[in-house]
Design a binder for this molecule. Structure first.
Ligand code: SF4
Length: 374
């Protein structure tokens, strides 16, 4: 096992586009945290002192936890696992939780990398998305983080917003780059089912931009960030050399990981398991000793397809020799087709998307997917 993920399912406010599992009430916090410590202990015992190279506090909003609550998880992980000396310990934070004193404390308890949910530097956009912070906090938090001396840090941005012009997107990227972040994740706004945004779109209150506008902004993103020295090592992730997310890279490479907390997923190389996305049912399941998760054993077809879906989104591509099934034997005409269109390369036993192919990553992967009868 390489990575440990801890899902902290609490947020100050519900963002309109978000379909992650979280609660805006802290009522269940004591029970959930107690259950998470219990789950961590139980599952670590099954793994028998495995080595952990990365810890990731995600959510939700981990910066909703007190310093003592965060430290308790890091301390527990240190006692249960062999933590490598250069372990990457990432925490997702929101701008409204950042100040100089807080940053110093997070660093002192062992957080090495911060992931800050900026999303936009424009007031009206933050309000539209229902973010809990304002534009001044976006800027100030970045100024403080860049001076705080963390080994690495990253910011999230959102593009493809209704009515977003290329001028606005350029301005957003200019502002982001002015803080010289070691890493940037940029996501196109998508309408997830049952979110407030979904409701607004279906009522005709919000009109989403067309695919062409979103694709043009994606192209501009790549052009601007590559021009500034960032490597697009995954479709939505850009890092300066030496600053790629080790934790997320492990997911994309198919390395086993352990996920703790409500809704958290785990993968042990053959089985995928996911905890119930409900705070109380999760906590009660753990205290009562009843099942609070579901799991499935992946078939060779599923393992191959997952490797395609995640691998094709990365700059290192898909290692064909590591797949349980011979993909080329089954999908050779599709590979030939995309190679002839200049969207896919096949060399040194790997399939890698070309620069032009990156805009079609998911479609190319699904065209290559195997089925049970191949
Ligand atoms: S802060 Fe993050 S997890 Fe919470 S609602 Fe907003 S996007 Fe979702």
């Amino acid at each position: 096992m390489s990575g440990l993920y801890l899902h902290i399912p609490f947020c100050r406010k519900a963002c309109t586009y978000c379909d992650f599992h979280f609660s805006t009430s802290l009522q269940t916090k004591p029970a959930v945290l107690e259950a998470m410590h219990a789950e961590l202990a139980q599952r670590a015992a099954e793994l028998n002192g495995a080595t952990v190279e990365t810890i990731y506090f995600g959510g939700g909003t981990p910066s909703q936890l007190t310093d003592a609550e965060l430290k308790a998880f890091i301390d527990q992980a240190r006692t249960l696992f062999t933590l490598t000396p250069d372990a990457e310990v990432t925490m997702e934070v929101n701008p409204d939780d950042v100040d100089a004193e807080q940053l110093a404390v997070w660093k002192s308890i062992g957080i090495t990398r911060l992931s800050i949910g900026v999303q936009s530097f424009r007031e009206e956009r933050l309000q539209f998305m229902g973010r809990a912070h304002d534009a001044a906090q976006s800027r100030e938090s970045l100024r403080l983080i860049s001076a705080a001396g963390f080994a690495s840090w990253t910011m999230d941005l959102i593009y493809g917003l209704p009515g977003m012009t290329m001028d606005e997107w350029n301005e957003q990227l200019d502002t982001a780059l002015s803080f010289a972040p070691p890493h940037i994740s940029a996501y196109c706004l998508t309408v997830e089912s049952k979110t407030a945004l979904d409701h607004q779109v279906s009522k005709g209150l919000v009109t989403m931009p067309g695919d062409a506008d979103q694709a043009a902004q994606f192209e501009r993103l790549i052009e601007r960030l590559e021009g500034a020295g960032y490597v697009q090592y995954e479709i939505s992730n850009f890092g300066q050399p030496g600053h790629f997310s080790r934790h997320n890279s492990s997911y994309w490479k198919g390395v086993p990981y352990l996920g703790i907390g409500p809704s958290a997923h785990s993968y042990n190389g053959t089985k995928r398991r996911w905890n119930v996305s409900h705070n109380l049912r999760y906590a009660q399941g753990i205290s009562a000793g009843t099942t609070y998760w579901e799991e499935e054993t992946l078939t060779p077809v599923q393992v191959t397809n997952e490797a395609l879906l995640t691998g094709l989104r990365t700059s290192w591509g898909v290692d064909l020799s590591a797949l349980p099934l011979d993909l080329l034997e089954a999908r050779s005409p599709t590979v030939v087709h995309y190679r002839s269109q200049g969207l896919l390369e096949h060399s040194d036993g790997r399939l890698v998307l070309t620069k032009a192919g990156r805009a079609f990553a998911d479609r190319i992967a699904s065209d290559l997917f195997l089925t049970d009868d191949r």
